[in-house]
Design a protein around this ligand. Structure first.
Ligand SMILES: Nc1ncnc2c1ncn2[C@@H]1O[C@H](COP(=O)(O)OP(=O)(O)O)[C@@H](O)[C@H]1O
Ligand SMILES: [Mg+2]
Length: 557
């Protein structure tokens, strides 16, 4: 018997590719819409397994007789066996013969059966078929670091918002606040409009204790790093340690152990005064002038540091009096307790508890941005570290290291953790790199969003396990991201420059297949605020006046 005529035939199988030749494309499509990114099914000869592949490219071949053939290159993703999808396509029985478009149902089944209902995190649909929802394993998504990359306007901020909103709205029972904890470092004041219930912190109500800065950060902030002046360094260290000892509530034996980095309060003003007095020190020699205009007056000589600390004293004084730095050096920073610092940052205050903390950094002066981000990040990391320690010490069989795990979200991550070794980035880079390396096991995960992935520290980027790659147009960024992603993606990755707003390539352990998806749009009333100013509309309006006095008083505050 002659078998039915084969319209679409497999003509080549390679580890990373299947080639299919199609005689009549319309018959082949059979009503499904086919695009690059659509799925093809290839049953094995015995019908036991079905290879699922994704279309990478179409081409047309014209034979010498003028007959047209369509050639499809597809990337094998996995096989369906006994109704179950298994990732990896190496076990197809040869030779496969026929190919046809996979049905919506078949693809939907693959996604739906991939994640248990209780673990399901869902914020997108398949780009080629919006009827197919994309569930992720929420545990796997949040317990490994996440990278969201894409050029400006590709939809990063909306995506980050959607992910957090989905996380915060997820509930297993009937209570108003679930146990999700997200801290957003918001450099462009974008996120307040998206999270009305969030604990909102900006420079007006941010209080950070400077005395918890590391020794490197303290020196970076208060010493003139260019001058390499040993006197100022020595005096600064000495008086900080002395003052910490003075303020420590412990026995004299324990005071001996206090060092420059001990997390104990010290008063900046005392440090300033001590530097001042060294700078002005005159020592009484015990003699008196025997004659001349000063006759009878005590004879003095200048102290060894007399006049040598003027620059240091001025710098310190300048910082202490700089009202822009009040959130870090002001009176409130001296009074706030360690406990309240942590409560504020994690939104565990008595009067307000919240799933999301937004730290608006737009008012933080650039010269202290890195140490500010570093301090907050380090506090979050150490919170996780010590919390884990307590839990595991009290119960050696403890399996969950941290039962209130935290997600730290960095917008414009390349500004805090760049590939550069410049001093001005050192603090935040060190703190965040530590979280990248060790945070996951203590319940502290990173979500890094960036339009310039190639400028992000590779140490950090290579620790990310979940990628949301959006439209990326810059070739060096594309090349960098490609290098960090698995080879098996084939040419899926080449779609990056042509994605639409809100479209993304989702890759990682949390998803059954690398997929091009459309992220669900944010609700109209809870979107991140756009930095797009409608110039043309505004310019067409009548001449407007603005209040220069008001601007001045804000400016000169
Ligand atoms: N998931 C989405 N669905 C539809 N439109 C989107 C989506 N995400 C973003 N957009 C559109 O793209 C624009 C830019 O998004 P935004 O998140 O600000 O990008 P980015 O942060 O990458 O600069 C938004 O104004 C919005 O209209
Ligand atoms: Mg943005």
């Amino acid at each position: 018997m002659i078998g039915k005529e084969i319209n679409a035939e497999v003509i080549g199988v390679y580890p990373n590719k299947v080639k299919i030749s199609v005689d009549n494309l319309n018959d082949f499509k059979a009503g499904e819409s086919l695009k690059v990114g659509s799925y093809i099914r290839i049953p094995s000869d015995d019908g036991e397994t079905i290879l699922i592949s994704v279309i990478e490219s179409f081409s047309i071949e014209v034979s010498t007789e003028g007959k047209r053939k369509h050639l499809i290159d597809a990337n094998p993703l996995g096989i369906i066996k006994d109704g179950k999808f298994i990732r990896g396509g190496d076990s197809i029985a040869l030779p496969p013969k026929e190919a046809e478009p996979a049905s919506t149902r078949e693809i939907n089944d693959i996604y739906q059966s991939s994640v248990e209902l209780t673990k399901r995190l869902e914020f997108s649909s398949l780009s080629t078929n919006s009827a197919i929802r994309i569930p992720l394993d929420g545990n796997k998504f949040f317990n490994k670091h996440i990278a969201v990359v894409g050029s400006t306007g590709s939809g990063k901020s909306h995506t980050v918002t959607k992910i957090i909103q989905t996380a915060v709205n997820g509930r297993g029972g009937d209570y108003s606040l679930n146990n999700s904890h997200v801290v957003i470092f918001d450099i462009h004041s974008e996120y307040r409009s998206a999270f009305s219930d969030a604990n909102f912190i900006d420079v007006s109500n941010l209080v950070l204790p400077y005395w918890l800065l590391t020794s490197e950060e303290l020196e970076e902030l208060f010493l003139d790093s260019d001058s390499n002046d040993h006197n100022q360094k020595f005096i600064f260290r000495e008086s900080v340690v002395e003052n910490r000892k003075l303020n420590a509530k412990c026995s004299d034996v324990d005071k001996v152990k206090i060092h420059f980095d001990s997390p104990i309060f010290f008063d900046l003003n005392n440090v300033l005064n001590s530097a001042k007095s060294k700078n002005e020190e005159v020592i009484d020699t015990g003699e008196v002038y025997a004659s001349g205009a000063k006759q009878g007056l005590a004879k003095t000589v200048q102290g060894s540091l007399y006049g040598k600390l003027t620059n240091f004293v001025n710098r310190l004084e300048h910082k202490i009096n700089d009202s822009r730095l009040d959130f870090l050096l002001g009176e409130r920073s001296k009074k706030i307790s360690f406990e309240d610092t942590i409560r504020n940052l994690l939104s565990y205050q008595e009067d307000k508890k919240s799933n999301v903390t937004i730290i608006d950094l737009s008012g933080v002066p650039f010269e202290v941005l890195s140490i500010t981000v570093s301090l907050i990040s380090r506090l979050m990391f150490e919170y996780g570290y010590y919390y884990k320690k307590i839990r595991c010490d009290s119960n050696p069989n403890e399996k969950i290291n941290n039962d209130t795990p935290v997600l730290l979200v960095y917008e414009e991550a390349h500004k805090y953790v760049p590939n550069s070794d410049l001093v001005k980035y050192r603090a935040s880079k060190r703190s965040i790199e530590r979280i990248a390396k060790e945070g996951s096991k203590h319940g502290v995960t990173l979500l890094l969003a960036s339009q310039r992935p190639s400028e992000i520290s590779e140490t950090i980027f290579s620790q990310c396990n979940n990628f949301v790659a959006m439209r990326l147009t810059n070739p060096s960024d594309q090349a960098y991201v490609k290098r960090l992603l698995p080879d098996s993606l084939g040419s899926l990755i080449d779609t990056m420059p042509s994605l639409r707003a809100g479209e993304a390539l989702l890759i990682g352990e949390s998803i059954v297949l690398p997929s091009i998806v459309q992220i669900d749009p944010c609700d109209e009333n809870s979107q991140p605020s756009s930095s797009d100013i409608p110039y043309w509309e505004l310019w067409k309006k009548e001449w407007k006046t603005f209040d220069i006095d008001k601007i001045k008083s804000e400016w000169f505050k």
